[in-house]
Design a protein around this ligand. Structure first.
Ligand code: CUA
Length: 443
């Protein structure tokens, strides 16, 4: 890849040199040489384009996790269509203007010293017919763009009338720097609606209407392959709708600058088929899973590698290379079940620490200790594929990293600023290991 870019750069430099050289030379040589140079430049340009196509840049494939060029639902598709219409119209205008410019440059260029010093021709006001037709063409181009744009605005605002009865409602709330998702249709007695964080699980093939709120500053909700982006504005209700055509795992991102950790305010959307979704809701409604020693033979104390991560060093969630041959969706499905090796005494120790280290004051773990609503609901955190708002992969190493150095993973985060610092919370490696075991058991 690097070698490829370097070669391209060299070809580019060579191309610029030749262009400069040929331009200087052709000004002094006969028209035969001018033609020869032109052919030479064209050949070089073609060669450059060929080289580019051979390089297989991801940029040209445009199939990244957060691409808008590959869509998986009707809302994103209609947005992409507007983009293409605008692109084609502007490309045609560019070609026409470029062609006229090139024609004028070549036809009227100075060919000898007399031309260079000639008086400019007499200036006239212009041709009314040409001016009027240009205005007409511009209006036409705008109308050509406006019609599909207005249609798309109408379509993306709310699910189509005939599908209204089938709409699934979810509420999303932005926090510095994570997302809370509530399911008003899924009530839990005495607790209110089902609530989760940073991983939005939706039914596939069904329109989902998401109401958007924020508790602090402006955030923006964006799932490039499904829909986006719509702002979450303080003191104002907003909404969007989206639909995933097939079950899948999608990357989302806050798309409005909202403070120092805006760039790492991410989330995931997991679309499941009807049955999987119903099963997920049923599991999620359950209180936190309790692991007791009687059920489990006490396993070996797990060894976590406390790696020395650099400040802001990324986890692996954006590369997704950890379990190479498993798709992100299958990986999510595997994450729903308890790990094979669990240590009941260690988990009990972690649960104790969760209370003593004041974690319970900000986080809810339904059925265990913890009623806080400042931070994400952790009742089923073990079944999520990511932690720290979609930034890190949810595995023991990354969870340990997050608990031990939250300020380094997500600078300015509230857990550190209003939890760790005032309470003087410090965690030894043993304590982190126990907390990791406890949180990991919350499936
Ligand atoms: Cu929230 Cu940017």
């Amino acid at each position: 890849m690097a070698a490829c870019s370097r070669t391209l750069l060299q070809v580019g430099n060579l191309f610029a040199d030749i262009l400069l050289f040929t331009t200087t030379v052709t000004m002094r040589l006969s028209s035969f040489l001018t033609k020869l140079a032109l052919w030479g430049r064209t050949a070089l340009l073609m060669g450059g384009v060929l080289l580019l196509t051979g390089c297989k840049f991801n940029f040209w494939q445009m199939d990244g996790h957060q691409t808008t060029m590959v869509t998986s639902g009707p809302v994103a598709k209609s947005q992409l269509e507007v983009f293409y219409v605008t692109c084609w119209v502007t490309l045609i205008i560019f070609l026409i203007v470029g062609a006229v410019l090139a024609y004028a440059t070549i036809k009227f260029k100075a060919r000898n010293s007399a031309d260079e010093h000639a008086e400019p021709p007499a200036q006239s006001h212009g041709n009314p017919m040409i001016e009027l037709s240009l205005i007409g063409l511009s209006v036409l181009a705008l109308v050509f763009i406006a019609v599909p744009t207005l249609k798309a605005i109408w379509f993306t605002y709310d699910p189509p009338e005939e599908q209204k009865a089938n709409v699934y409602e979810i509420a999303a709330t932005g926090y510095q720097w994570w997302f809370k998702f509530s399911y008003p249709a899924e009530q839990i007695d005495g607790v209110g609606s089902l609530t989760t964080a940073n991983e939005l699980v939706i039914p596939a093939g069904r329109p989902v209407r998401i109401s958007l709120r924020t508790v602090d500053v402006i955030h923006s909700f964006w799932v490039p392959k499904l829909a986006g982006k719509v702002d979450m504005i303080p003191n104002r209700g907003n909404h969007l709708w989206l639909q995933a055509d097939e079950p899948g795992y999608f990357w989302g991102q806050c798309a409005e600058f909202c403070g120092e950790s805006h760039a790492v305010m991410r989330f995931r959307v997991i679309a499941l088929n009807e049955q999987d979704f119903a099963e997920w809701v049923a599991r999620e409604k359950q209180p936190a899973r309790t692991v007791n020693a009687a059920e489990l033979a006490s396993a070996e104390k797990p060894q976590i590698e406390f790696a020395a991560f650099k400040r802001n060093a990324y986890g692996f969630s954006d590369k997704w290379n950890a379990k190479a041959d498993v798709s992100p969706l299958d990986n999510w499905k595997q994450q729903q079940f308890p790990a094979k090796q669990e240590s009941a005494p260690l988990i009990a120790e972690g649960r104790e620490l969760f209370l003593n280290k004041t974690c319970a004051g900000c986080h809810t773990v339904r059925g265990h200790d913890g009623l806080g609503i400042t931070g994400p609901d952790l009742t089923h955190i073990g079944s999520r594929t990511t932690i720290a708002a979609g930034l890190l992969e949810n595995n023991p190493e990354q969870l340990a990293r997050w608990l031990a150095h939250p300020d380094q993973v997500k600078p300015g985060n509230k857990m550190y600023e209003t939890g760790y610092i005032p309470n003087n919370i410090q965690l030894s490696n043993e304590e982190v290991t126990a907390l990791v075991a406890y949180l990991g058991s919350l499936k």
